[in-house]
Design a protein. Structure first.
Length: 178
């Protein structure tokens, strides 16, 4: 049977979970203290909404959770020591934006790990979306065009001459947009 004290503690615990924190060095110090003490806890971040810090099993990491057209998605961004505060805010905003637009948030996280700029990230998202839908990409089309062969007198050779292949490869295929 619950006592009045335990119900009040339960209400206090629920209120603490709903509280949002500013992402500051002081909060990260508290997260490190909780991690080192072996506590399991979570801190919801005020800005951007959907970002939170979770401490579980001696590990402290940033997570993002957002709802989009495909439902609720939650993704782990990185450990707290791997990224600066300004970087985690911009990464979280980009991942939340991807979730809300029904794009793949994992591509945004992978692009951040590879240190790609915004344009390269968009290209990676387009490529991942096309691959997931089974569409051909421009690069696939160029590759198939370049590998066409013709057989004459039992000898198979490329339809295109070596200089043409080199020009197509240099001018079209090796572009990030392909």
């Amino acid at each position: 049977m619950f006592t009045l004290a335990s119900v009040q503690n339960g209400k206090q615990r629920t209120a603490k979970l709903r509280r949002r924190f500013a992402l500051t060095q002081a909060l990260l110090a508290e997260v490190r203290r909780a991690r080192d003490a072996g506590e399991d806890c979570q801190f919801a971040i005020d800005n951007p909404r959907g970002l939170f810090v979770r401490v579980r099993a001696g590990e402290a990491a940033f997570y993002v959770q957002s709802r989009g057209p495909n439902g609720l998605k939650k993704r782990r961004l990185s450990l707290i020591g791997e990224i600066k505060i300004s970087g985690v805010k911009s990464l979280a905003e980009a991942v939340i934006k991807a979730i809300k637009k029904a794009r793949d948030p994992d591509v945004v996280i992978a692009a951040w790990k590879e240190k790609l700029n915004e344009t390269e990230t968009e290209v990676a998202q387009d490529h991942a979306e096309a691959t997931a839908m089974g569409f051909w990409t421009f690069g696939t089309t160029i590759d198939q065009f370049m590998t066409r062969t013709v057989t004459k007198d039992g000898i198979t050779k490329n339809k295109l001459s070596p200089p043409s292949l080199k020009e197509i490869k240099d001018r079209l295929r090796d572009r990030p947009e392909a």
